[in-house]
Write a protein that binds this ligand. Structure first.
Ligand code: PEP
Ligand code: MG
Length: 586
């Protein structure tokens, strides 16, 4: 067992406060993550045989490492504790596993790390699904050993979130999008981070994993140690290190209340998107991985309102070619079974960085998203080709992130139409015309919303960035997190201007930032005239419940009150009162 998983020490209880980032309460052994985890990139190699020789060397080095460990443990503890490593050594001698990796390297021409990780994952999944407890446990042996081999191949000693032997609470200074992009392992009970705000990408990721999270916890990494137990209250933003029996008991009622509320909202998840007086709205899902489509459909999303295409790049830590992208996009369109999928073109940059993007002094204001794409046709065109090819399988919309003005939108659309014509010449045509939209997430775009609306088929408002740029508050910086306040009247007024420009032109405006999935904000947004909200799948039941229990005039009345209110605290109270009454929280 990993040493850090041995919970139950006698250190005193410590309480720390942070920002509630994803709802729910969870408790479990702390998994302090000192660094990011290994992300294995996929690359074509010139000499597959040389890759296989690297594998042999890595296996040999790992064997030596484990034998050494075995001897140490036998000396310091006893022979029976040491025998666990015999099972690990057997994994290294598994001819089938090694053969499969070699075959995969020769077949695909990809680097050995990538093939090794793919094959190992397949083996782990096979063993995990076995009914026999003994065989099931073998999965963790394989995970442990293959992780070591991967370390050898990569020449690193990375921490691997979600691969600990036991369910755990991840505590980290920060989880970058690259850390979390490949993280759909069931072992994570909750997240706590020292950095970050409610809309930092690690918080968004926690919500998409449907686990409680608290971010921006000052002093976290100094306070948490291996062996601690962590209680995470994602509702109030409290974390308790080594909670006493009394604290745990005190939390039972809260856990029960959360569970009851969840059951209640889930019981209505499959009902139509209609207010009590029959006015229609549409709740869609934000998705960043084909695996998330299952949750999106389970929670009855009417479509995908935001597909974050950059997540594939982050998962691979590289630049996938057209075919790799097409495979993922087509999988998503097919999984949506006729529901529309809105793909956002590549939004790399900012905190979503690939290894080979140069460092910048102000990355959030730098070489990001559509700016990068317009300069890199070698990146943009293959992505557009992949998207248009995927649209042969079902309805697709495409939107461009970080549009700052009309010129940029025109250039992006021009390239899109050119690629579309190129594919048409090859006989490839989308199943339905692809509508092109602009993301409105930069204040300058909001200021020229009328002009942008004239050239867009739809708007999608990225409130995460819009609030950040409007208020000049870094969305991931814990020190200024209290200033990141969407209730600021400037935000409300800017939203009104954007929605008004869309309405004047008769184009739909959706909201795909985190405010769309916030049960406090959803009633206001619908009251302001928005028809479509897109959110992390786990947020769908609660938002649907609140809106389904509201009447359209009531939502408009709420919006009118907020519009008339120039005070952030009062706006917050109005929104809180409205949602609480619907969820009967009081
Ligand atoms: C946003 O900015 O609101 C948005 C949806 O995009 P991201 O969070 O990926 O920047
Ligand atoms: Mg954004």
């Amino acid at each position: 067992m990993d040493a850090r998983m041995k919970a139950g020490n006698h250190r005193p209880e410590v309480r720390l406060r942070g920002i509630a980032a994803a709802p729910g309460v969870a408790r479990g052994p702390a998994y302090p993550l000192m660094r990011g985890m290994a992300i294995v990139s996929c690359e074509k190699v010139a000499d597959p045989e040389a890759e296989i020789r690297r594998l042999e060397a890595a296996l040999l080095a790992t064997r030596q490492q484990i034998s050494q460990l075995r001897d140490d443990v036998a000396r310091k503890l006893n022979e029976s504790e040491a025998s666990i490593f015999d099972a690990h050594l057997l994994v290294l001698e598994d001819v089938a596993l090694i053969d499969d990796v070699s075959k995969e390297v020769r077949r695909s021409g990809f680097n050995v790390e990538f093939c090794f990780q793919e094959v190992a994952q397949r083996y782990i999944e096979i063993f995990e699904k076995m009914d026999d407890d003994f065989l099931c446990e073998r999965a963790s042996d394989i995970r442990d050993v293959t992780g070591r081999v991967l370390d050898q191949l990569l020449g690193t000693q990375p921490e691997r979130v979600g691969q600990a032997a036991q369910a755990h609470v991840v505590a980290a200074r920060d989880l970058t999008p690259s850390d979390t992009a490949g993280l759909h392992d069931g072992g994570v009970l909750a997240f706590v981070t020292e950095e970050g705000g409610r809309t930092s990408h690690s918080a968004i990721m926690a919500r998409s994993l449907d686990v409680p999270a608290v971010v921006g916890v000052k002093g976290l990494m100094e306070a948490v140690q291996e062996g601690d137990v962590l209680l995470v209250d994602g509702e109030s933003g409290l974390i308790v290190i080594n909670p006493t029996a009394e604290t745990i008991e005190g939390y039972r009622d809260k856990e029960l209340a959360i569970r009851t509320r969840r059951d209640r909202v889930l019981s209505e998840v499959s009902l139509p998107d209609l207010t009590t007086d029959g006015s229609a709205f549409s709740l869609q899902a934000n998705v960043g991985d084909p695996a998330e489509m299952e949750d999106a459909l389970a929670y009855c999303a009417r479509g995908v309102g935001l597909y974050r295409t950059e997540n594939l790049y982050l998962r691979l830590d590289g630049w996938p070619d057209e075919q790799v992208q097409y495979d993922e996009y087509a999988e998503v369109v097919k999984a949506a079974k006729g529901r529309p999928v809105t793909f956002r073109t590549l939004d790399l940059g900012g905190d979503k960085r690939l290894g080979d993007l140069a460092d910048e002094a102000n990355p959030f204001m730098g070489y990001r998203a559509v700016r990068l794409c317009l300069e890199r046709p070698d990146v943009f065109r293959p992505q557009l080709r992949a998207l248009i090819r995927a649209a042969t399988h079902g309805p697709v919309q495409v939107m461009f992130p970080m549009i700052s003005g009309v010129e940029e939108l025109r250039r992006a659309k021009e390239i899109f139409r050119d690629v579309e014509a190129e594919l048409a010449r090859e006989g490839i045509r989308p199943a339905a015309p692809i509508r092109l939209g602009a993301m409105i997430e930069i204040p300058s775009a909001a200021a020229v919303a009328a002009e942008l609306a004239a050239e867009s088929d739809f708007f999608s408002v990225g409130t995460n960035d819009l609030v950040q740029y409007l208020l000049a508050v870094d969305r991931g910086n814990q020190r200024v997190a209290s200033l990141y306040d969407p209730c600021h009247p400037a935000v409300v007024r800017t939203l009104i201007a954007i929605f008004g420009a869309a309405q004047d032109r008769g184009i739909p405006a959706a909201v795909c930032g985190e405010l769309g999935g916030d049960p406090l904000w959803a009633p206001l947004l619908i009251g302001l005239g928005v028809h479509e909200l897109s959110m992390t799948p786990a947020a769908l039941p609660e938002v649907r419940f609140v809106l389904r229990h509201s009447a359209a005039p009531e939502l408009r009345e709420l919006a009118a009150k907020v519009v008339a209110c120039a005070d952030a605290a009062k706006t917050r109270a109005l929104l809180q009162d409205f949602a609480s009454a619907k969820l009967k929280l009081r």
